[in-house]
Design a protein around this ligand. Structure first.
Ligand code: 3NM
Length: 214
């Protein structure tokens, strides 16, 4: 489930830049993403029944390609649609509470920014961690300052069994630094949602791992 190099795709309808978000998702699934997270945020975000129906369509597409489907910061929605997991940030609910609500079977991902936060998340039952922003990002309005890859190195050396994903401004060109720091994967929005050829971009991400001395 966390094979290196993983390419974890995150998207909401706000990231589709006028294209059909389900077509973008299907191209990404065909191209070989490892995980998909529905992150519906910001102005114009789908809500209520519209969000539920969109989430069901994403879930069904992911199921066809046998790719885990996660939901950002909405346990209720994740349970309603039978998602494979949820992802929460530090500003969202407590990770221990999230684990209790979703049970033992579903995947729990947590965004962390320090070794201390990583330890708390792992103790609470996180299956993987996201660390970022590694580089500057236009996709998260309240992102912290870019932190580079030092935090990934620190967390992966202390917790070598926990998969860590680098996130924030990651492209195939700058991904090698994340691999070198020990990341198991890269988690990306714009580098895939805005790519002309999504499958080719995924191939570039995977190729960026080759030749990196770990
Ligand atoms: N979380 P892009 S950065 C959703 O730092 C998210 O925790 C971040 O989008 C964090 O690949 C980010 O377009 C946005 O930069 C990632």
């Amino acid at each position: 489930m966390f094979n290196k190099p993983s390419v974890y795709f995150i998207m909401g309808t706000q990231n589709a830049s006028g294209k059909n978000p389900l077509s973008i998702l299907e191209e990404a699934l065909k191209g070989g993403i490892s995980h998909f997270q529905l992150r519906e945020k910001g102005a114009g975000a789908l809500q209520g029944q519209d969000l539920l129906e969109f989430a069901e369509k994403c879930r069904d597409l992911c199921a066809v390609y046998e790719v885990p489907f996660l939901i950002n910061d909405d346990v209720e929605l994740a349970l309603a649609v039978g998602a494979d997991g949820i992802h929460i940030g530090q500003e969202d609910m407590d990770c221990g509470q999230a684990r209790t609500l979703i049970g033992k079977e579903k995947m729990l991902g947590v965004s962390v920014h320090s070794l201390e936060e990583a330890k708390i998340a792992i103790d609470a039952g996180a299956d993987y961690l996201g660390m970022g922003p590694v580089y500057g990002t236009r996709s998260k309005a309240d992102a912290k300052r870019p932190a580079g890859t030092a935090g990934i190195s620190e967390v992966t050396s202390h917790f070598p069994l926990t998969p860590v994903f680098g996130i924030g401004g990651i492209t195939p060109q700058n991904a090698p630094a994340a691999w070198q720091a020990g990341a198991c994967g890269v988690a990306v929005i714009s580098a895939l949602s805005e790519a002309d050829d999504i499958a080719l971009q995924i191939a570039h991400f995977k190729n960026s791992y080759k030749g990196v001395l770990i």
